[in-house]
Design a protein around this ligand. Structure first.
Ligand code: NAD
Length: 515
């Protein structure tokens, strides 16, 4: 099969970087990557498209209609997009059948923003009419991770295009294929050539060249905290704008008044969807001492049920897919191994080892992929132990959770906030007062009560601390962050009135205004 190419200026284009292998246990694909000169060319094309005004100055009505058409075309292309997303990520097709069709909501939401946006008129004193316009920034670069390739690309693209920018998207080198298919879809929807470009490539090569380019006016990245920090220092030096959605180590607190079955379902979804490879994965489960043993037995059953139904990612009955890469598997194995090497602290409740042998569901040979089962580890006596295992602090990015017991609400909040990240958090309680109190005290950008992972185009998604990122996706704020304001002030006084009051340097100046 011939390699996937770059998408530049409305067509497939040969990349001059190394070919990148895109791993799939079944077939395997390769993809061109963008060299530094490809980056220069694509940014020149995107800049030229921006300056032409073909999109940047198109009526809002036109841009909104194109986004709506993109939503309709995305739906038509689901039969191609979903299998390819499964193939490159290894995620279970059941998840992608649910996730990918929902992306149309982002195109529709930002089309609606364009159609309903009002411009403020400011209370400037005097005979002045001062209103605010929002104008696009120029060429913007978007850098996305491997775990939800299409979701994260569309979350970023929809507000950026709505605002009138030209976009260069660099998908993860592990999962570039579906993002490339967005090129022809957006072209057919009516996005002019050069306005949307996709440059696959390695982070330190293609990514670095993109974010360093002086014509780039904004960078929007989702990825690990190390990448976010490295990119931010370059973007800051260029005085460009920056949004970064980075790592997490989300707490999920289960109080004594929680419905335990609902809480276990919440843990399972929050922790094991995408095989735990999500930034908001609920990885630190804090449980009131009085319900710990009951919760543990229900959780074990749930984990065993998920593991029993794991199989090929393409099997619609498969509950959970493998990890994305050998590197990701090695990271998970190292963190679990280090924790379990301390038996005085850690008790394995379920999982804990890479899967091998044949799937009872469909005979998939687990040893040929990076399959890892739902894994839960109980950490004992956390209050009296300052030497936390690395798994308590670091993102494993796998289906691995730690549990710790608490006695009081205060202890629960203190344990929840014991992290450098502050992205997502969950609370399970049927005590409404407690839900309000604790959600106020937990330091994170998103707090879910009696639910998890809710993500809507209208609802901000971003970290509360720098380790989890800067700025947020979704909602009006994300659209505003792809624009700059233009304050327009019109003096509607008559020429006579202006002559009388606005000549600061007239001789014997009396009654003239300053500024
Ligand atoms: P990663 O940091 O390895 O890579 C993310 C992207 O950044 C890739 O496209 C990569 O090529 C690029 N990149 C890496 N280094 C770069 C550099 N120096 N210059 C330019 N680009 C560079 O992350 P990943 O392994 O693909 O994804 C997992 C991480 O993403 C986790 O930490 C997870 O928490 C985070 N994430 C966050 C959110 C969120 O909304 N906050 C959502 C999903 C994933």
């Amino acid at each position: 099969m011939s390699a996937y190419q770059l998408w530049v200026d409305g067509r497939n284009t040969v990349g001059h970087g190394d070919l990148i292998p895109v791993e799939d246990p079944a077939t395997g694909e390769t993809c061109h990557s963008a060299s530094a000169s490809d980056v220069d060319d694509a940014i020149a094309v995107a800049h030229c498209a921006f300056k032409s005004g073909v999109w940047a100055k198109a009526p809002r009505e036109t841009r909104a209609s194109v986004l709506e058409k993109a939503a309709a075309l995305l739906t038509q292309h689901l039969p191609t997009l979903i299998p390819l997303e499964v193939q490159q990520t290894g995620r279970a097709v059941r998840e992608m059948n649910a996730q990918v069709p929902s992306l149309v909501r982002w195109f529709r939401y930002y089309a609606a923003v364009l159609r309903t946006e009002e411009r403020p008129v400011l209370p400037t004193s005097g005979k002045l009419h001062n209103w605010l316009e929002r104008v696009p920034l120029g060429v913007v670069v978007q850098i996305t991770p491997f775990n939800h390739p299409l979701l994260i690309a569309v979350k970023k693209l929809a507000p950026a295009l709505a605002a009138g920018n030209s976009v260069v998207l660099k998908p993860s080198e592990l999962t570039p294929l579906t993002s490339l298919l967005l090129g022809p879809i957006l072209k057919e929807a009516g996005v002019p050539d050069g306005v949307f470009n996709v440059l696959p490539g390695l982070g330190p090569v293609t990514g670095k060249a993109l974010v360093s380019h002086p014509l780039v006016r904004k960078v929007d990245v989702t990825g690990g905290t190390a990448a976010g920090r490295a990119i931010g220092s370059i973007v800051g030096a260029n005085l460009a704008r920056y949004t970064a959605e980075l790592g997490g180590k989300a707490p999920l607190i289960i109080f004594e008044k929680a419905n335990l079955d609902a809480a276990v379902n919440g843990i399972a979804f929050g922790s094991f969807i995408a095989s735990g490879q999500t930034c908001v994965a609920a990885t630190r489960i804090l449980v009131h001492q009085s319900v710990l043993s009951d919760l543990v037995s229900r959780l074990r059953q749930k984990c065993e049920s998920i593991a029993r139904r794991m199989g090929s990612p393409t099997n619609p009955d498969s509950s959970m897919g493998p990890l994305v890469s050998s590197r990701q598997l090695a990271k998970v194995e190292a963190l679990v191994g280090e924790t379990l090497s301390r038996p005085e602290l850690a008790q394995l409740l379920c999982g804990g080892h890479r899967m091998s042998g044949l799937s009872p569901l469909d005979g998939t040979d687990f040893s040929k992929g990076y399959f890892y089962p739902p894994t839960a580890i109980l950490l004992q006596q956390m209050g009296s132990r300052p030497d936390r295992p690395a798994l308590w602090k670091e993102e494993a990015f796998g289906p691995v959770i730690v549990l710790a017991a608490f006695d009081t609400e205060e202890q629960a909040v203190q344990l929840a906030n014991e992290t450098d990240f502050g992205l997502g958090a969950g609370i399970w309680t049927e005590d409404l007062g407690q839900a309000f109190r604790v959600s106020e005290q937990v330091e994170s950008g998103i707090v879910w009560v009696n639910t998890h992972h809710r993500n809507d185009p209208s609802s901000p998604w971003g970290g509360a601390t720098s380790e989890s990122g800067v700025g947020s996706e979704n909602g009006i704020d994300a659209y505003h962050a792809y624009t700059t304001t233009k304050s327009i002030i019109i003096n509607y006084a008559s020429a006579e009135e202006s002559l009388a009051s606005d000549d600061w340097f007239k001789e014997g100046a009396d009654g003239v205004r300053y500024g």
